[in-house]
Ligand binder design. Structure first.
Ligand code: SF4
Length: 372
């Protein structure tokens, strides 16, 4: 969209923004207004969320997948080292994270019913809930009935990124597997809400479609969910593509400045929505963004199953058409990660940086603490 500097300033002066204002704030001309946008985003975030950053860690359960997503290291056609953690191995990983301070864990898996069944996921949640109060899931989309036992076992959050809201690009990127179904994925947060999840995470993977179009769609999707799933707490994420197995190259580039602009604009449009920032972004950028609207950050992340302790390494294998192919000889390697992280600081270093910036790092979410 073409916006004028005047129209950007008018939008910035409004008390309550609409989608058209958001479109202006992410327009190229609005980059000249980044400073007032940043100040407003900072003030609004402090008013609505306080001076805190909530920390969480992803725990990868499995890198098996039946889908081919061109941009993902876990794609079924990639010849990578795969493994699915047992419940005990998952607990070992989670205890290592708990020792580092984490009380909010995001369980992540590829999508492969043969290795990652609904019962397995329920048992993981049950075992984890004994010592971790904040559990969210980033798993293959399910029916409402599939989600219900997971919510009942103690999972409260469901994260599902649409990846791209551009249907032709979506078709091009998802060449095999159930993820090809755009609509099924798009309606996932509603099914999770119906099943009892009270934290929903959505987002677009930046680097696939035009980022301004993706941002507009994420914002519209968020507004719709806020209206229809109003009991849930919503969090948005706008991860940028990172290197991974398969060596996919981003189709579009999103600069650091554009990511800052997008974060500020999201905050101004959606004052009460959480914004998560992962270790995909480098330390210097995360340090700068943390005072401009970010509410949740991961830290010290590993994107491979067993990445925190080496759990499951003796079971590494390849997988072809759902069949396990044993390795010819013992491997001293670790399972393959989903993507390379950029911020390699330890959780303690990230927490110290948050404190130095004048914010409080929160390891245990307030809401969970109140209901635990
Ligand atoms: S993005 Fe998800 S569904 Fe696609 S290959 Fe990776 S793990 Fe599988």
């Amino acid at each position: 969209m073409q916006a004028s500097k005047d129209s950007v300033e008018r939008s910035l002066n409004k008390k309550q923004l609409e989608l058209i204002d958001f479109a202006r704030l992410i327009s190229p001309v609005a980059q000249d207004c980044l400073e007032p946008m940043g100040q407003q985003a900072q003030t609004l975030t402090r008013q609505r969320f306080g001076k805190v950053i909530r920390l969480f860690a992803p725990l990868y359960l499995s890198n098996e997948c039946i889908n081919n997503c061109s941009y993902c290291g876990f794609s079924r056609d990639n010849s990578i080292l795969r493994v699915t953690l047992s419940i005990d191995e998952m607990v070992t990983e989670a205890r290592a994270l708990a020792e580092q301070g984490f009380r909010n864990i995001l369980l992540v898996t590829g999508e492969h019913p043969r290795f990652v069944s609904e019962c397995y996921l329920r048992d993981c949640v049950k075992a984890l809930h004994k010592f971790i109060p904040g559990i969210s899931l980033e798993i293959g989309p399910m029916e409402t009935e599939g989600y219900q036992p997971l919510a009942a076992a103690g999972a409260e959050g469901l994260v599902v990124y649409q990846e791209t809201y551009d249907r032709p690009v979506y078709s091009e990127m998802h060449t095999a597997g159930p993820k090809k179904d755009f609509n099924w994925r798009l309606t996932t947060p509603e099914r999770a809400y119906e099943a009892g999840f009270r934290r929903l995470g959505i987002g677009a993977l930046l680097g696939l479609g035009d980022w301004r179009w993706e941002a507009l769609c994420v914002a519209a999707h968020a507004q719709w969910l806020l209206k229809h799933c109003w009991k849930a707490q919503l969090t948005i994420s706008t991860p940028r593509l990172r290197p991974c197995a398969g060596e996919f190259e981003p189709l579009v580039n999103v600069s650091d400045t554009e990511l800052v602009q997008l974060t500020c604009a999201l905050r101004l449009l959606l004052p009460d929505t959480g914004i998560a920032l992962s270790t995909r972004e480098p330390a210097h950028l995360r340090n700068g963004l943390m005072s401009l609207g970010i509410t949740h950050m991961s830290a010290g992340s590993h994107t491979e199953p067993g990445g925190y302790t080496g759990a499951g390494r003796e079971k590494l294998h390849h997988t072809k058409r759902g069949q396990i192919i044993a390795l010819a000889e013992h491997s001293s390697e670790w399972a393959t990660g989903q993507f390379d992280i950029a911020d390699e600081r330890s959780p303690e270093e990230v927490a110290n940086q948050i404190s130095r910036a004048g914010y409080e790092p929160v390891w245990k979410d307030w809401d969970s603490a109140l209901t635990a």
